[in-house]
Design a binder for this molecule. Structure first.
Ligand code: A3P
Length: 308
């Protein structure tokens, strides 16, 4: 029998009953959603084409923003082409695996011809080795720990497939101990940082992108060996701005129904700011976090900024 072709939205609607806050299961010491852990063999064996591009981030570091910028760069700033499908369909999420009939990242990738752009949140040691063997380009975006934490907290409230975040104070400790999906933020940002030269990874910072998107988009353009006019880059700055993406149904995840992303709890495109952490941390929490941060980050000098 021929497989019924469902739209992504319809597939999610049909799977709604099977949606739950999936527990985390350790994969090589990294907690991942159980649906990913159960499918781990297929994920780890995925072999990209050398022309494929990987966008990697710790969750909530600005993945969707980077995806939009890259798609716009690859299509010379053509806004209409970049509205051909929602972000998750244009740029599949490698390891994501949900109840059928929702297509997994691997299902979507199988239907696409290289060169593909692929999203992952995997820490560097779990990225399928084919990406390194085939010398694929990799763009890594990182965001300062406190804003990243705040964003993840609100995301875990509204993403009903992620474990309950619990109260804010406890969440800070979970973050510091790496007990969240995709593990430790500290190990994640450090892992890619230490390997960036050896493996030709373009390492970009959310705060730099926010401060000067024109400059950072140009860096991405050069890395991708593209030649896009300055006018087009200016247009991309505008099209990938927070407000334009918030209003763009192909970039704001409004296609994901409420049983998965309940945006009445917190919007996916929530604030998009640097320094929102000051509205969440008490001064005692901030001090405790900073002391632990200094210790966990003492072996690297990544130029994160907590305000701009
Ligand atoms: P906030 O929760 O702080 O608002 P990801 O795409 O990795 O899930 O990250 C989501 C975070 O990036 C959210 O942060 C979201 O608002 C922010 N974001 C998305 N698009 C953005 C843009 N164009 N400019 C600035 N921030 C953006």
């Amino acid at each position: 029998m021929e497989k019924e072709q469902l739209s992504y939205e319809e597939a999610i609607r049909r799977a709604s009953d099977a949606i739950q806050r999936f527990p985390l299961i350790d994969v090589h010491g990294v907690p991942l959603m159980s649906t990913i852990a159960e499918n781990w063999k297929s994920v780890s064996e995925f072999c990209p084409d050398p022309s494929d591009l990987l966008i990697s981030t710790y969750p909530k570091a600005g993945t969707t923003w980077t995806q939009e910028i890259v798609d716009l760069l690859l299509h010379n700033g053509d806004a209409e082409v970049c509205k051909r499908a929602p972000t998750a369909v244009r740029i599949p999420f490698l390891e994501i695996c949900s109840p059928p009939p929702i297509p997994s990242g691997l299902d979507l990738l199988e239907q696409m011809k290289p060169p593909r752009v692929i999203k992952t949140h995997l820490p560097i040691q779990l990225v399928p080795k084919g990406f390194w063997e085939n010398k694929c380009k990799v763009i890594y975006m990182a965001r300062n720990a406190k804003d990243n934490l705040v964003s993840y907290f609100h995301f875990d409230r509204m993403n009903l497939t992620q474990p309950e975040p619990g109260p804010w104070d406890g969440y800070i400790h979970k973050f510091m101990q790496g007990r969240l999906g995709w593990g430790s933020w500290y190990d994640h940002v450090k892992g890619y940082w230490k390997e960036r030269k050896e493996r030709n990874i373009l390492y970009i910072l959310y705060e730099d992108m926010k401060e000067n998107p024109f400059r950072e988009i140009k860096r991405i353009m050069h890395y991708l060996d593209l030649s896009v006019s300055e006018d087009v880059i200016k247009r991309i700055v505008q099209l990938a701005s927070f407000q334009v993406m918030k209003d763009n149904p192909m970039a704001n995840y409004s296609n994901i129904p409420k049983p998965v992303f309940d945006q009445s709890i917190s919007a996916f495109m929530r604030k998009g700011e640097v320094g929102d952490w000051v509205n969440h941390f008490t001064s005692a929490q901030s001090q405790m976090f900073d002391e632990d941060y200094a210790n966990q980050m003492k072996d690297v000098d990544i130029p994160f900024r907590f305000s701009i």
